[in-house]
Structure formats: structure tokens, C-alpha cells
Design a protein around this ligand. Sequence first.
Ligand SMILES: [Zn+2]
Length: 253
Amino acid sequence: MTPEKETAAIVLDCRDQGESDKIVTFFCQQVGRLSGIAKGAKRSKQRFVNKLELFSSLHLTYSLPRHGSLAFIVAAELQSSFLNLRKNIALYNAATVIREFMLIGISEKERDDRIFEILFWALQSLDEKRPHLSIVVIFLIRFFEYIGYRPDLSHCLHCSRPVSAQGRYGFNYTTGCLICAACSSQGFQTIIPLSPGTIKLLTTVQHQPLDRLHRLQFSTLALEESLNMLHRFGRQLFQRDIHSWEALRREGK
Ligand SMILES: [Zn+2]
């Protein structure tokens, strides 16, 4: 084992291992995605109790093995359990979508503090009972950018004309780019309609600092278009269904 290390961490997954242990997956500041074993966590009444719940924000002490991949979880100090988002089904479903994207989009040891910051921001925002669908949209726009798939919302991919407020556009979810109405009439199948107002709002999400994102107001149309686009883009990117999406949309109505 290496010397003990400490980091801020958020619990993304936790499952039982054998009679008494738990395997926990975290996303950590400066460390990225980290999986570790919490010895005795199933039985221990003190050391880990109520700390390894999904979404909890922790101060984690761990050490790394010389061989193998699982870290050894030495201690976990609870920073916030984000209690409000556990008490409300819509908030919880939004957090669950965010968690699913984190788990399928980020590999072990992959690290980026911008992802840690937007993840923490999103969970905290849900805990503050802010509009949950807007939080999902903002999280996903930034998340796709940080994993290297930033939606290009500045111009039409085919004719290169910049977006105008009078134009009509669609998002091509196989390329991650916009197509204008004139170009799409030439036949592109994989297009989600996006109005200029939604494009402008999403572009603002890409550029604003985190502490100003709560000022953005999403209309019903902007939310619908954004969620539709991000869902299809995610499914295309990861080549699989987003299992938690249906519950998010059901509760969001
Ligand atoms: Zn065009």
C-alpha cells in the first residue's frame, strides 16, 4: 500500500462485496474516478455508517495498492448528504440521471476538476430545490464538453453560415453539430429541432462561469428541445440507452 492520501469525493456507486465489505465508486477532486473497498462497511456501526450513500459528499482518506486496482478506503468524513434531494422524487431522479452519465462516460482514474466542480454544483443545486430539469440540461452541456464532445452550436456544419435569430435549425446528434433548414432539406435523418432561442441559451451555458448559471431561465420549449437533444446525443455517443431517463421525464411532467 502507498501512504494514505486525502481528497474530496462524491459517491457514485456502492455495492456489497462478500459478507462484510462494500465496493464504492467515487468521483474525486484531483484524483478523478476512483473505486475502493470499504472493509467491514456492511457490519461496522461507526466507521462508515450513513457515509457511503449515493451522492454523498465526503472527505475521503484512502491508500492505493502496489498491485491491483481497488483503493483501500481508510476513512470517510461526511461533508454533505444532500438530504433534500433524497426526499423529493423529481430531484432524486435528476441526480440519478447525472450519476448514470458519470458512470458510463468516465473511466477509472480519468480526472478533470471541471467535472468534479459541475457535478458538485449540480447536486448542490438540486439539494437547494432549484428547477431540476434545467440543472440536468446545464450539467449535460458542460459534461459533454469536458469529456471531449462539446456540442457545436455556432454555425451550420454544412454551409458554415453562423446561427441567426431568424433561422431554423436542427441538431445532428451523430455529428454533434447544427444543420440549418436549407441544408437539412437536402435530407438528414438524425436531426432534433432547436429554435434560435434555445441555441442562444445553450451557448450561454457553455460560456458562463458556474456561479452565474442559476440566473438562466429556461422556457418550456427550451427545456423540451434541450432535453430531447441531450438525450439523443448521449444515446448516440455511448451507444446505449440511458436507463434513468424515463423516470426523469415521467416525474418532470
Ligand atoms: Zn446550412
